[in-house]
Design a protein around this ligand. Structure first.
Ligand code: ATP
Length: 274
């Protein structure tokens, strides 16, 4: 018999083995966006590690204001609130930390390999299964010039979706569609919180990705392959060579290495989305 995939605060708490991450839970049956909720909750004094989860979103967003499709009942929409003692410029690396934690989560729970026959990360923030996107991450921050008030990391995961809407079918899939395995979303959330707690700790030891880079690169789709860099200042082709300790993508072009900062840039494979 199939285990019902019920998502609520108790289910999430029952699957949590963390010390601080996800211990304060805010659950919504439907909300505008978990990042918007997280900002409000941060202003109202929510704590470091607070977790905001919704069953559906009416205004889910990706990077650069793009829409994140958020149908009810089968996917995970969650945001982690952090109050890290780091420089504002260091915060964008947390997107890569979360991408790694989620990749580890899917690898373990679904018994998948890291790499083209399993889970891959498309730099900086997408997780890909069979060349199609299963997860997007949007990190936002409130800060003064030298002090962070809070960082929020929003994640949308296509977990048990039985169908992907027509317009996205070329580039998106779900863990269920890709593996045939149906897991409880609360289990996926719990494992992700656990890995993120560990990876965040490693990030805080160096304030960069020094201790995580190797693991991240194991999942990286854009390694030693031709890519097109969609830089608003001008697009170009090159060969992606991995990341540096700051999480920037290294592109080899005309015998030189260019470092690409995540902010405004998208990277495409030469043949299709990945
Ligand atoms: P790209 O995926 O185009 O390289 P990006 O990493 O900046 O860019 P995100 O901000 O993570 O993209 O997500 C927004 C994009 O993801 C949308 O433009 C759409 O193509 C795609 N998308 C929207 N909803 C979903 C979903 N539920 N599952 C998978 N992909 C989605």
């Amino acid at each position: 018999m199939e285990i019902p995939d019920i998502l609520n605060e108790d289910e999430i708490r029952n699957n949590l083995k963390t010390e601080w991450n996800g211990r304060e839970i805010h659950y919504y049956r439907e909300t505008d966006s978990t990042n918007i909720r997280a900002k409000e909750l941060a202003k109202a004094g929510a704590s470091h590690g607070a977790l905001i989860v919704a069953e559906a979103q009416t205004q889910g967003r990706g990077r650069l204001g793009r829409v994140w499709e958020s149908p009810k009942g089968e996917a995970v929409y969650m945001t982690t609130l952090l109050k890290p003692q780091i420089q504002p410029i260091e915060a964008s690396m947390l997107t890569l930390v979360m991408a790694l934690s989620l990749a580890r989560t899917f690898q373990e729970l679904y018994g998948l390999e890291a790499g083209e026959h399993g889970i891959q990360i498309k730099w900086p923030n997408d997780i890909v299964l069979q060349k199609k996107k299963i997860t997007g991450i949007l990190t936002e921050m409130s800060a003064d010039i030298d002090r962070i008030h809070y960082v929020i990391i929003g994640t949308g995961i296509n977990v048990n979706n039985r169908k992907i809407q027509e317009e996205l079918q070329e580039k998106a899939t779900s863990l269920f569609l890709g593996t045939g395995k149906k897991l409880k979303r609360s289990q996926v959330i719990g494992k992700a919180m656990e890995y993120f707690e560990q990876d965040y700790q490693k990030f805080m030891e160096s304030h960069d990705l020094k201790f995580l880079k190797e693991d991240y690169e194991n999942f990286l789709v854009n390694k030693d392959v031709q890519v097109r860099v969609l830089d608003p200042k001008g697009e170009y082709n090159g060969i992606a060579r991995g990341i540096n300790d700051k999480g920037e993508l290294l592109i080899e072009k005309d015998g030189r290495i260019i470092t690409v900062y995540a902010g405004e840039v998208s990277v495409r494979g030469m043949y299709g989305y990945v």
